[in-house]
Design a protein around this ligand. Structure first.
Ligand code: MN
Length: 231
């Protein structure tokens, strides 16, 4: 037996302070998970969490200290940044109670849930899936991962994104509508979580467009910086 063609390489994310690589399985994203972002998207209140996915090979790995280069995607005139804390899962599990969620977290990173907002808007209007707006190539830049042994189980911390040095997004991880523990409880009721899964935990307010040449710089206490240039 042989492959019909060379299988694609496993997507892997470097681990801070180590030569280990974290192999990516699936990429889950939580929608509208900060109150002020829900408001700017035209929603209010604590609706149940909802999820969408990006292909694992949409991850654009940005090694520590380097500037990632994200090609401006086709078929959009409104490419938006969404800075998010990414939760890396290290253990298989389903129907995980929130109180146990911490045991399934391998670590954390910073990520950008890049969005073709115009295509997403069209999909919303027509009641169609979000894949073209959310799951395109290079739509998920992610920085190196830090193990939970170094960060502890994160529930607070300032998250921000600057574009070309000017502040765009800023909030605190404690302002999540659905905490990471609650998110893991919900998500693991829908899908069996696997080691290698990534969960984009949601973006705070201030999402806006970027264009070719813009430099996005995100930060979160203890997770370092994520720097990505749109090319
Ligand atoms: Mn998002």
């Amino acid at each position: 037996m042989s492959f019909t063609f060379t299988p694609p390489p496993q997507v892997t994310i470097p681990v801070v302070g180590s030569d280990q690589l974290f192999p990516v399985h699936r990429v889950y994203c939580v929608g509208r998970n900060y109150v002020e972002h829900a408001k700017e998207m035209g929603f209010t209140g604590r609706e149940p969490p909802f999820f969408f996915m990006k292909p694992a090979d949409a991850v654009l790995v940005v090694p520590q200290g380097s500037v990632g280069e994200m090609p401006y995607p086709p078929k959009t005139n409104d490419l938006h940044h969404e800075i998010e804390v990414v939760v890396a899962i290290g253990k298989r599990g389903r129907d995980i109670p929130a109180a146990e969620a911490e045991k399934y977290v391998w670590g954390y990173g910073l990520g950008l849930d890049m969005t073709r907002r115009d295509l997403q808007g069209e999909s919303k209007k027509l009641g169609r899936p979000w894949d073209t707006g959310k799951g395109f190539d290079f739509s998920a830049p992610v920085g190196p991962l830090t193990p939970i042994s170094k960060t502890g189980f994160l529930t607070t911390g300032e998250i921000h994104l600057n574009v070309n040095g000017a502040p765009r997004q800023k909030s605190d991880f404690s302002k999540l509508i659905w905490s990471v523990a609650e998110t893991i409880e919900y998500l693991s009721g829908l899908f069996e979580l696997q080691p290698g899964d990534l969960i984009f935990s949601g973006t705070p307010e201030g999402v806006a467009a970027v264009k070719r040449g813009d430099l996005m710089e995100g930060g979160f206490e203890g997770l370092g910086e994520l720097r990505v240039k749109v090319v």
